[in-house]
Ligand binder design. Structure first.
Ligand code: HSE
Length: 300
């Protein structure tokens, strides 16, 4: 039996649409073992009531990609999922499922695939690398797919920076959040995001948190997605007033993220209360950036 732990992730971080993401200290665990026949999937924790227990399960589908690729398809499989990551909330639950399935299966198959190959397979399943790359590698990661290969750079997280998250009690599918985006964006908005993304990556590198309010602004996805998250603009503004350094939609949403280096509980309370004013119930979490990505906890 293998046991693999995979972190939650927040993608985009404002301007870095589809190319920037970070791992958070909130984890899903995938246990996987070969069996003589059949497929048995057990799920505990987040999403337990809704997650598929059949061959459509994402962890299983990811695992089968590895088994087929390495010509080591088992006769049967047992999978146990212990989930801490809220599902369809913009915290990388599907990326964690994909990465967890790939890594667990790769260990069972004798580690035949390299990390680079696993990252390419994960990106092919997810459609973009910005969640799967930090889920696999940890930290803050810039990633780009080039002809099926993923080029990436890991950025050391600034000291003392935490993510305060407000997680609403409704879900938004990534597909829905992508369907509201325009096919084309203006040169002006592109230039707006380019400058901010360059500032943001440099700010992380230099630990200069004073740049974050400007560096996390975005014009190419968040304005369109605001319609899917009632109260989004008010919650983000309130978090800033309460002392957050920079704020954004987490991934495709609906969770909202505030970077802070203090006042964590105050910022969390203000975000929750402001959501409440728009009739949305939200839970809050204060999370460290996870320096480590997916890893095997033990192999029996
Ligand atoms: N970059 C992706 C998006 C992340 O914003 O749609 C969600 O999977």
């Amino acid at each position: 039996m293998v046991r693999v732990q995979v972190p939650a992730t927040a993608a985009n971080l404002g301007p870095g649409f589809d190319c920037l993401g970070m791992a958070l200290q909130l984890y899903n665990t995938v246990e996987m073992a070969r069996a003589n026949a059949g497929l048995l999937i057990e799920v505990q924790g987040e999403g337990a009531a809704d997650i598929a227990r059949d061959e459509s399960n994402i962890v299983y589908r990811a695992a089968m990609r590895v088994f087929k690729h390495t010509e080591s398809v088992p006769q049967g499989l047992k999978i146990k999922l212990l989930n801490q990551i809220p599902v369809a909330r913009g915290l990388g639950s599907s990326a964690a499922a994909i990465v967890g399935g790939l890594i667990a299966a790769n260990i069972l198959a004798g580690n035949k695939l390299s990390q680079k190959e696993l990252l390419a397979l994960a990106t092919a399943m997810e459609g973009h690398p910005d969640n799967v790359a930090p889920a696999l590698l940890g930290g803050i990661v810039v990633s780009v797919a080039v002809d099926g290969e993923i080029k990436y750079v890991k950025i050391p997280p600034p000291r003392g920076l935490k993510a305060v998250l407000a997680v609403p009690d409704f879900s938004v599918l990534t597909k829905t959040a992508r369907d509201v985006l325009p096919q084309l964006v203006s040169l002006q908005d592109t230039v707006f995001n380019l400058g901010r993304l360059a500032l943001l990556i440099t700010a992380f590198h230099q630990g200069d948190l004073s740049l974050l309010p400007t560096a996390m602004e975005d014009r190419i996805h968040q304005p369109y997605r605001a319609s899917l998250v009632p109260g989004m603009k008010k919650v983000l503004a309130a978090a800033r007033l309460a002392g957050a350094r920079g704020v954004c939609l987490s991934g495709a949403g609906p969770s909202l993220l505030a970077f802070a280096d203090g006042n964590f509980e105050l910022i969390a309370r203000v975000m929750r209360d402001t959501f409440q004013q728009s009739g949305i119930r939200a839970r809050t979490m204060v999370l460290n950036i996870s320096p480590v990505g997916a890893r095997a906890l033990e192999t029996v």
